[in-house]
Design a protein around this ligand. Sequence first.
Ligand code: DQA
Length: 145
Amino acid sequence: RRLLMLNGPNLNRLGKREPSIYGAETLEDIVADLKELAHSYGFQLDAYQSNHEGDLIDQLQEADEKYQGIVFNPGAYTHTSIAIRDAISSISVPVVEVHISNVHQREEFRHTSMLAPVCRGQVVGLGTMGYRLAALAFLEETKKG
Ligand code: DQA
């Protein structure tokens, strides 16, 4: 059993990037933490980050039928990408959308998600803990059978 963690543009710079908004943890720290959590439930976790829209679409397509769930922080593509939305719609693996910051407290252009309507759910504004909570949604779900 496997989970996929996907991160979009600029999330490779976590820890350096606007730490007052996104915190001090690096993406490597978060990935290591999430792998450990997944392992404790008997899951494997694969992680992938890209700054390119098409790469993220390739990853979503390739994930189909291989994973129980996808934890996805699409970064700024959240607010713009019809192509990523179509990719999520086209696969049967459920996706939980994660945002580290509370996008609703920020600029107006961050208030809309193109992707939320085709995701299973959203975790917003709870810092990097949001990745854990999103993963737990899948991990606890499969525990129930
Ligand atoms: C983000 C929020 C987006 O608006 C922004 O473009 C990001 C990060 C978050 O995790 O809070 O890159 O997805």
